[in-house]
Ligand binder design. Structure first.
Ligand code: HEC
Length: 108
């Protein structure tokens, strides 16, 4: 009698576990946006790849609000240089900013 009860309780317990695990897994279904592995193609994209992707992924650039002007991207390049120590030569700031504004901003 005792043994039968124990087995029944175990079966119920196992069924609950299985159901619980199933709904837990279903609750974990998360869809992430596809990662932006490469920079947008265009004149200056090679320079940007060499100067901008040493420290962080393309996502930092690609997830900026769209339509930002050239001045925003120039300031961004200068900030990377001054604040974070990005290795960008003086005469590379303009071509980088122009590429970024074309590829990710308002273009001018
Ligand atoms: C020496 C390392 C380094 C390099 C090289 C670098 N960055 Fe960054 N970048 C950072 C750091 C650190 C942050 C801030 C990360 C954070 O706040 O989580 C950042 C953040 C950013 C952001 C997010 C907005 C912001 O201002 O924080 C953008 C856009 C960005 N970088 C663009 C660029 C571009 C364009 C280049 C190439 C010209 C570049 N980065 C090169 C280190 C670097």
């Amino acid at each position: 009698m005792m043994r039968r009860l124990t087995l029944a309780a175990l079966a119920v317990f196992a069924a609950c576990l299985a159901a619980g695990a199933g709904s837990f897994a279903a609750g974990l279904k998360i869809e992430l946006p596809p990662p932006q592995a490469a920079l947008a193609p265009g004149i200056g994209s090679d320079l940007a790849r060499n100067r901008c992707l040493n420290c962080h992924s393309t996502d930092y650039i690609a997830t900026q609000p769209p339509g930002k002007p050239l001045a925003f991207w120039k300031a961004e390049v200068e900030k990377m240089r001054k604040v974070y120590g990005a290795q960008v030569a003086d005469d590379e700031i303009a071509p980088l900013a122009e590429y970024l504004a074309r590829a990710y901003g308002s273009g001018q």
